[in-house]
Ligand binder design. Structure first.
Ligand code: ZN
Length: 202
């Protein structure tokens, strides 16, 4: 075979450094919780930790047009529930505008200055339990995936570990410029300090 031709060939199956386009539906406990937008498949580079490991390994070797049902156990997805990620906070630490309802999502700044997502998991008297676990922690995930397209990643994409757009515009992203992460948003509601909190509970 012509060398030039083999170098430019589209990959025939999902393998490392291949840009994979997938359509997917994600079900948890029988309910659809996520799916790819119509006409806009999810694109990722195989072998670069861009999607959960249990799904990535199940897709290896698949060809365009193939579909598969993939069951990923919690441990290979977002991990098991971590009881240490449940933290009690005084109700008075919340600003008034935060609804005191189970399921309310809040953002909390920790000691390192990182903003973390949490949900109100319980309210008892003036004690509010915040759950810092990922919303899908402890859940088994059922994906229905169809491979829509495969192409070889460019050297730049492999170096960056993510897919670049296919238009001619220059790509701007965190790896191209040294921007800080946008963690200084002003919607966190308190200076959160886990050690202080534990001390208060003792
Ligand atoms: Zn990039």
């Amino acid at each position: 075979m012509d060398e030039n031709m083999s170098a430019n060939q589209q990959p025939e199956q999902v393998a490392k450094d291949v840009v994979v386009s997938i359509e997917y539906t994600l079900k948890v406990e029988g309910e659809v919780v996520d799916y790819s937008d119509r006409d806009e498949p999810l694109e990722y580079i195989q072998g670069h930790d861009q999607i959960i490991p249990g799904l990535e390994s199940a897709l290896a070797g698949m060809a365009v047009g193939e579909s598969k049902e993939v069951n990923v156990s919690a441990a290979d997805a977002y991990g098991e529930m971590d009881n240490e990620a449940m933290v009690q906070v005084d109700r008075s630490d919340f600003p008034e505008e935060v609804p005191m309802e189970i399921g309310t999502q809040v953002q909390v700044r920790n000691m390192d200055g990182h903003v973390l997502d949490a949900r109100i998991a319980a309210i008892e008297g003036d004690q509010v339990t915040l759950d810092f676990n990922h919303p899908l922690a402890g859940k088994d995930l059922l994906f229905n995936v169809t491979i829509v397209a495969l192409r070889n990643a460019t050297e730049e994409e492999i170096e960056h570990g993510h897919v670049h757009g296919d238009d001619m515009e220059e790509e701007f992203d965190d790896d191209d410029f040294d921007f800080e992460d946008d963690e200084d948003e002003d919607d966190e509601f308190e200076e959160y300090d886990e050690e202080d909190n534990e001390a208060e509970n003792n």
